[in-house]
Structure formats: C-alpha cells, structure tokens
Write a new protein. Structure first.
Ligand SMILES: [Zn+2]
Length: 601
C-alpha cells in the first residue's frame, strides 16, 4: 500500500488573503511527478481555472529545491526524484462564494478544488490533511467545521483530518472562524450546522426545523450506507443567497435576517426561502452527489463534462426542495402552492423556453446558463425551474394515470436502487426508462415534448385533476413574483417588455423581451432611460407611470446610449398574462383526495 499523500494548509498571511499549502508525496512518478488543479468544481458548471489563484509554487526533496515547470493552465511537472517530494504553494483566497476560497483576518473558508492540487496518476491514494491555525490574536477562538473525518484533531479543532482519496479530499469544504454550532440527529445520523457571521440565530429552533426537514428526506430515499455524518456550513451576511452540495455537507449563504431569532414564531417568507435552500442542497446528497449522470462518473475536472440530464439533477431536486417543506409539515399547503405559482411564473415569463429545451439547456450549461447575457431571457430556459415543473408534471401524470399506484417518489427510489450506490452512472435516458418500466405507461411522447421539446407543459389539466386551479393574470409591476391573486384594479393594461434596473443612480434597461414595445421602439440593453414623455424617469416610480397608459397610446422615450442622447417612439401594447397563481378547490372529492396524497396532508 502506498503511503498517504500529506497535505497541509494554514492561513499564512490573512491580511493578504494567502494560504500556504504543502503537499508531500512519498513515491513520486520517477519520470517527474505531475500535479494538477481542477478547472471546475462539481455542482457549478463553469470553467474557473482554479490554478490561476496560485501565486507561487516551488518543490523540494530533502531540503533541496527541485525544478517546477508549468505544462498548461492547470498542470505542473517537477524534476524527477527518487525520494519523497514536497510541493509548496501560496494560494490567493478572496472569493467569498460557496464555490471559492476566502481568507481574511476574521475567518478562513476553502473548497478543496481551489487550494489542493491532485497528484496525477495517484488520485486513489488516501489523503491526510493538516489544518493549521493562525497566529492572529483574533484567531484565538477560531474553530474548524468540516465533514472531513478527523484523524487526531479534536472535534471542531485544528490538526489532522483524513480522506479516502483525492476526490473525497476536495469534496469537504472547510470553515474556520468564530462559529455558532448546533447539533442534531436525523435518521439516527449526527448532523451539524455551523454558522459564520454576526448572527443572533435561535440555534435550538434551527436545529429543530432542520431535523424535521432532514428526517423527511431521510425516510423518502433512505440513508446512504456511507452517510455517517452531515454538516451544513452557513455564511449569514447582510445580503446573499446560494448553496453548493457535497456528499457529506453543503455550503450555504443566506441573509442574516432570514434566520429566526429567539422568540420568533411562525415561518417568515425569508426563513421559508432559507429552509427551501437547505432542503435543496440536502436532497442533492442523494441526487447528484451519489446518484450521478454517467458523464460525471467519475468527474473529469480538467474540462467541461456534457450531459442532457441537469434537469433531472437540478430540476427534480428543485421540485422536492419546496415539496418537502409542506410534506414535512413545516409550511401549510397554501404556502406551497404560492411557491409553486412563483416557479410557474418564472418559467412562463421566460420567452427562451420556446427556443431551448431543458436537454439543450443542460448540455450548454457551461456556455449559456452560467454565462448569461442581456438576451438570456429570450434565448435560454432554466433547467432548474422548468426542470422542476417537468418533475411536477411527471409526478401528477403518474399519480393520475396509475390511480395513485405510482408516483415520482417511486421513480426516484427505483433510480436510487439502480444508480445510487452501485458506482454506475445514470444513462442519458435512465430516468425516462425507469418511469415507463415501473408505471407500465408509454411516456415517450411526454418526455419527448417536455424534455426535448419547447412547447407548454399542460399543467392546467394535471393540476385540475389534483384539485388545484391554475390561474394567470397580468403582472402588478417590478416586484411582483406571482403566486398570489391581485386586485384587478392594480393591474396595468400595458407593459414595456423590458426590465429596468437602478445602476449607479440611473435607470438602465438591463434586458428586453423579443417583440415587446421597448425592443420594437429600438431600445437596446444598457440604454439609460432619461425621460418618458418629457418627464424625468426613475426606476421606483416606473410602475405607477406605466399604469396611466392605455393600449395603443404613443410615448416618446429619451435615452442615453453611451454618451449620445436618442429620442425613440414607443407604442404601448397589451401586457401579457404572465403571472401565475394557484387556488385549491374547496370541494371534497377524488381530486382533493389526490391532492392530499400528493402534498402529504
Ligand atoms: Zn442544486
């Protein structure tokens, strides 16, 4: 057996955001060991070239320096050596996102792909990690939170940790700082939530609600055999939102104010959003971290990996994230339907759904979904939101057409049995074939249209069969996310077909809908709106101004394009009914019975 690779990391210069990383390889390749940094991090489908943050690199053996040669963007080869070699890197860490590494005088956080090179050809060898502390006086109370197994370190302590191989080493993000820590059990497995940030969160309440949520997910798909602990790393700044999934943990960012404090009762909309985020990342521990597309088995982190299946791994996960909130009793059915109405609204407002299928959106995630420009709304569809509606449609269709015998839960359980822990990846049509197999239904037309087509999903009928009425109305204005009914008198009859945003104190057109009045008038993304019909325009008052116009009215728009003033003629057109809300039917009948089964009421 080969000796473990010995990695170490310490915050060598927090004020300059520099980590020192050392890596000792006992038996380097005699032809000259090659080291490689990942180009991307699993779960975030964009080439990030993490090697670009390596500020300095050197190698030594027995205290004697070895030559290091850069081979390409991400790889180095060191001079041949017949004894243990040590690579020493200085890594700049100032990306405070769930995909990055961040170090300053208040804390340290890192994802393995940002800081640890792989030993090429020896990726299967066990990796030890020594996490070193900082000499800063502020760091006296710092603790370490990670799902990596301890190998000598005290709980939440600095010291030695261990991972079975390189892939595991880089799948345990690490947070170091003054942390608020809560512990709870779900499915008999210890769970931890560690919060960074100046928060007064009610930890007992958080642990209680997370336990409810995690226990629900645990009973649906069952605990994976290798899941013996789970850690939520939460950064709670004044403003922010995001998450990234891992096998034994997840990194989350959520507004400080979204968390409940002592004495808070009920679930605020912001806390509901936070719980939805937790639910999403947690569901990923099955769906994408263990059960994966064939294209990710194993991950090739040196280049893009294409699959048409992100709608399954992100869309189905997005479907279950909010659904678990109602099924576990954390929110009432009416609130779930409000969230679902908002998701439908996001999808039907995007005209790109008529141009791109979710299969294409998945495949092109690297260059389109992750690199959105002003035209994204017209050109692409989200495999998250539309993917979650396909999951909804499939679930309701299976339930209705098998008289409740088969649901999407059964499909996911069958997929999990086949690809969850077998080491095999899900083939591109895997979920489609299993759905047909276990239901006995011919679903080929459904999947062809929903997954590879760009038509509508016919949710009205499916929801109606489950005692839910699908309604649409016009948007009230900029802040209207949908999901609720609105007074007819508050709805404008016309629209601009454009999104205005406040940038540097100016009202700027950030995106335009193909064929909408603003585009037809000749407005371009980036134009600054100066005046509407001779009166100075601003973003906050724009909804009220627009409400005064009627279909067919004409206006004069004055805009700056760059530094040149333009006057454009705009003809107001009818606002589309692009905002969805859902109503529960009052009657008690077979439909409402189906609804209660679906929502777990
Ligand atoms: Zn996700």
């Amino acid at each position: 057996m080969t000796d473990a690779h010995k990695y170490s990391i310490r915050p060598s210069d927090p004020a300059a955001h520099l980590f020192e990383v050392r890596l000792t390889v006992a038996k380097p390749d005699e032809a000259g060991q090659v080291f490689e940094m990942p180009a991307w991090i699993p779960g975030s489908y964009m080439i990030r070239d993490y090697a670009r943050h390596v500020v300095a690199i050197r190698a030594e053996a027995d205290g004697v320096g070895l030559d290091v040669r850069k081979l390409d963007n991400s790889r180095w080869r060191i001079e041949p050596a017949d004894r243990p070699v040590t690579l020493v890197l200085e890594v700049y860490a100032h990306d405070d996102s769930v995909r990055g590494a961040h170090l300053d005088t208040t804390h340290a956080y890192f994802n393995g792909p940002c800081v640890f090179p792989a030993v090429v050809g020896q990726e299967d060898v066990e990796c030890q990690l020594e996490i070193g502390s900082s000499e800063l006086s502020e760091a006296r109370n710092w603790r370490v939170a990670t799902s990596m197994n301890r190998a000598g370190a005290e709980p939440y302590g600095f010291g030695t940790y261990v991972a079975g191989d390189y892939a595991e080493l880089i799948d345990h993000p690490v947070e170091i700082g003054s942390l608020s820590i809560g512990e709870f059990q779900a499915g008999g497995i210890p769970h931890v939530i560690a919060i960074r940030g100046n928060t007064k969160a009610d930890m007992a309440r958080l642990c209680h609600d997370l336990q409810t949520l995690c226990s629900y997910h645990m009973q649906m798909l069952g605990a994976p055999k290798d899941l013996d602990r789970y850690v939520f790393l939460l950064h709670a700044p004044g403003n922010g939102y995001g998450g990234l999934e891992h096998r034994w943990s997840s990194s989350l960012v959520s507004n400080r104010d979204s968390l409940p404090i002592r004495g808070d009762e009920g679930i605020s909309p912001e806390y509901r959003t936070f719980l939805g985020l937790v639910s999403h990342e947690y569901f990923h521990l099955w769906n994408v971290k263990r059960m994966k597309p064939d294209a990710f088995t194993p991950y090739d982190l040196s280049q893009e990996s294409h699959t048409e299946l992100l709608w399954v791994f992100e869309g189905v996960t997005s479907y279950y994230d909010d659904l678990a909130l109602v099924r576990s009793g954390l929110i009432p059915a009416s609130e779930y339907l409000e969230l679902l109405g908002q998701t439908i609204t996001r999808v039907i407002r995007g005209h790109g759904r008529r141009r791109q299928s979710v299969a294409e959106s998945s495949f092109d995630a690297w260059t389109k979904f992750y690199k959105q420009d002003a035209n994204a709304g017209n050109a692409i569809v989200s495999y998250y939101t539309k993917g979650s509606l396909i999951a909804l449609a499939l679930d309701l269709k299976l339930r209705a057409e098998t008289d409740g015998r088969v649901s999407l839960d059964d499909v996911m359980r069958a997929c999990w049995d086949k690809w969850g822990e077998t080491g095999e990846g899900m083939p591109e049509r895997g979920l489609e074939e299993i759905s047909a197999d276990i239901s006995g239904l011919d679903l080929s037309d459904f999947f062809e249209a929903a997954v590879r087509g760009t038509g509508e999903l016919a949710l009205e009928h499916l929801l109606h069969d489950h005692g839910v009425e699908y309604c649409v109305r016009r948007s009230k204005g900029r802040k209207d996310k949908g999901g609720d009914d609105a007074e007819a008198s508050k709805l404008p009859s016309v629209w601009l077909g454009a999104t205005l945003s406040l940038r540097g104190g100016k009202a700027v057109f950030v995106s335009l809908t193909n064929g909408g009045p603003a585009e037809v008038a000749g407005i371009s993304p980036g134009d600054e709106l100066v005046a509407l019909d001779g009166v100075r325009a601003n973003v906050s008052g724009s909804d009220t101004r627009i409400r005064r116009y009627r279909i067919g009215d004409k206006s004069e728009l004055t805009v700056f394009r760059g530094d040149e003033l333009l006057t454009l003629k705009l003809k107001w057109a009818e606002a589309p009914a692009d905002t969805c809300y859902l109503l529960m039917s009052e009657e008690k009948d077979t439909r409402s019975l189906r609804r209660d089964n679906w929502l777990g009421l």
